[in-house]
Design a protein around this ligand. Structure first.
Ligand code: AGP
Length: 611
């Protein structure tokens, strides 16, 4: 996710900006830039790749000033290159903008401004903001008012920081989605995407809320709501150390990333789902109705957690496409002489985009003439470069080795792809609109689970943390969640855990059941709910300890199970995005209780780039 920093004060601003961007590097980026107002006006220096490339440019052409801003870009619209690196400017080069997030309606705004003569230099959505402010100022409107008016036109999610080089010293910072904080110092104020870069200057921090914006100069920071009314915002005293700040106060990256899932899922469907028209729109998928008409079968190739999301994807895509969908481990696929031709669509699923087994499977598919797309979280990763089309998951960098937000955003991507296929097939538009509405409220339902169940799950973790084995059971769309829950637990707590189809338990694993074996089951209301209940009765009959993830208000299950974890209702295709959350938290708190290294579990790597 992009990193933002803005400064108004008395210090030499370039070291402040570069030092601040370094504190934000963990967020991941593929280009960087700064804008400084010095004696000659606005100086902008940008570079592709790592911050060291930007520093090299600044060493070669030093710039001095006490006012400016900087940005590290995690590309969403437009390739990760220097030209698309922020900051972006208007036609005059004086209105300067940096941005984190997605401006959904940038295209119609851009087209309108182009008709008015504005010349755009980049492929980004961000650039429209600078030109829109410029256009608004043409009738004499002052910069801050023009920024206010511009904000009212924007749709989507954004953290925006802007200034007018003709009137340096004042920054406007606006939040609608991605985080933005204001640090209040002595004769200096500093704005950033999160707390980490501010701690070197102040611990008095104001967190902007959605819809709010701040007008900041060296001595003042004034806060406004979306009705442009002034609001009083008491600064918080931040006592974190720098390392904690990078985790935004969470104890581990994994826990931070579990809590980022509402934002990550929202960023994955934002700009792709349009209820009004009932349309799904993918920037980079390159899959037309003509392409789709040729497809007779689909192979999904992945590893680990991504393979589990592929299993859910099979349910969603088979229901939508009514053609055979196979799911393969990358390490198996390439050696099983798969039957592939130009009527086969192969979907590589990979968070890192660098997993050797998955890439090898994709190469095999390409060699045999398949159409190849990938669902990936890293712009420009190897898997994306070899594919005909890409669906990016926009989760932001996932630091914890145990995959969490990558998984739920992969499920989101598959859900959107299934709707897109329905669209290509001309399926009922009202059904698609309903499905989009249910997806749109999923982030709130994830927040609901995190708010209501985390403490309870932590207590369950303490209760069961000494167990030596776990069994996870699920049916239908929840069978992959049983597998994923078992993987999460085993990879960070080192407890042996198995995931199994609930209906398959009686064919062997039932021999494991006794009073020492916790059984985690997903029993939400799907067409096979009663079947799952019968399977769970077999567990209870043998004194197994039952922890059941069920619908809120399932009183019968509360009486029947030893422990329940309630989750909000949603439609069956979306249930896995919710039912996986308790399994992530259970694994985290058990591993924590057992003193394991949650973010860097033994023997594991975040991206397995060897076979
Ligand atoms: C999941 O928690 C693990 N980190 C691992 O199974 C991972 O999902 C697998 O290595 C695939 O990685 P990828 O998604 O980057 O291809």
């Amino acid at each position: 996710m992009c990193g933002i920093i803005g400064y108004a004060g008395t210090r030499d601003v370039v070291p402040v900006l570069i030092g601040g961007l370094k504190k934000l590097e963990y967020r991941g980026y593929d280009s960087a830039g700064i804008a400084v107002v010095d004696g000659n006006g606005v100086e902008v220096v940008r570079a592709e790749g790592k911050l060291s490339n930007l520093e090299a440019k600044l060493d070669a052409t030093p710039i001095k000033g006490t006012f400016g801003m900087g940005h590290t870009r995690w590309a969403t619209h437009g390739k990760p290159n220097e030209n698309n690196a922020h900051p972006h400017r208007d036609c005059t080069g004086k209105i300067v903008v940096i941005h984190n997030g997605i401006i959904e309606n940038f295209l119609p705004i851009k087209q309108r401004l182009q008709k008015l003569g504005h010349e755009f230099k980049t492929e980004t959505d961000t650039e429209v903001v600078a030109h829109l402010i410029e256009e608004t100022m043409k009738d004499g409107t002052k910069f801050v008012d023009a920024a206010r008016k511009t904000l009212k036109e924007l749709e989507g999610h954004y953290a925006l920081v802007m200034f007018d080089g003709n009137d340096p010293g004042t920054i406007v910072a606006a939040k609608q989605g991605p985080p933005l904080v204001v640090g209040l110092g002595e004769n200096e104020n500093i704005i950033a995407s999160d707390v980490a870069p501010l701690l070197a200057y102040t611990r008095n921090i104001v967190y902007l809320e959605d819809g709010e914006y701040a007008v900041v100069d060296q001595n003042n920071a004034t806060f406004y709501d979306q009705k442009d009314q002034k609001i009083e915002r008491e600064p918080k005293k931040i006592l974190w150390d720098a390392v904690m700040a990078e985790k935004e106060g969470y104890r581990h990256y994994m826990l931070k990333e579990i809590h980022e899932q509402p934002r990550a899922v929202r960023d994955t469907f934002t700009g792709r789902m349009f209820e009004e028209s009932g349309e799904i729109f993918f920037n980079d998928l390159q899959l037309t109705s003509g392409d789709w008409a040729k497809i007779k079968k689909v192979h999904i190739v992945a590893c680990g957690t991504s393979w589990h999301s592929g299993l859910v994807g099979k349910f969603l895509l088979e229901d939508a496409a009514r053609i055979p969908i196979e799911v393969d481990y990358g390490s198996e696929y390439r050696y099983r002489n798969p039957i592939i031709d130009d009527s086969t669509l192969v979907i590589g699923v990979t968070q890192s985009g660098e997993t050797a087994d998955t890439i090898a499977g994709m190469q095999e598919a390409k060699k045999r003439g398949a159409k190849l797309i990938t669902i990936c979280n890293v712009i420009g990763a190897a898997a994306t470069r070899m594919s005909d089309g890409v669906i990016y998951t926009n989760a932001g960098p996932e630091i914890g080795v145990a995959s969490t937000k990558a998984f739920t955003t992969q499920l989101t991507a598959f859900y959107l792809l299934a709707l897109y296929i329905r669209q290509l097939r001309g399926d009922d538009i009202d059904d698609r609109r309903y499905a989009m509405h249910e997806m749109r409220v999923i982030p709130h339902k994830i927040e609901d689970i995190l708010a209501k169940q985390e403490k309870h799950i932590e207590e369950l973790a303490h209760k069961y943390s000494k167990s030596q084995d776990f069994l996870f059971l699920g049916r239908g769309v929840h069978y992959p969640i049983a597998l994923e829950g078992a993987l999460k637990l085993k990879e960070i707590s080192y407890i042996h855990a198995e995931g199994y189809p609930a209906g398959e338990m009686k064919h062997g694993p039932i021999a494991l059941i006794d009073e020492n074996l916790p059984v985690v089951a997903i029993a939400t209301h799907t067409p096979v709910y009663d079947k799952v209940v019968s399977n769970l009765q077999e567990v209870k009959a043998r004194d197994g300890k039952l922890i059941v993830i069920c619908d809120e208000g399932d009183d019968a299950m509360k009486k029947f199970a030893d422990d329940v974890i309630e989750i909000p209702w949603t439609t069956e295709p979306l249930q896995p995005i919710l039912s996986v959350i308790p399994t992530q938290l259970l694994a985290y708190y058990i591993a924590l209780r057992r003193g394991c290294d949650v973010d860097q579990p033994r023997n594991l790597a975040k991206s397995v780039t060897v076979e």
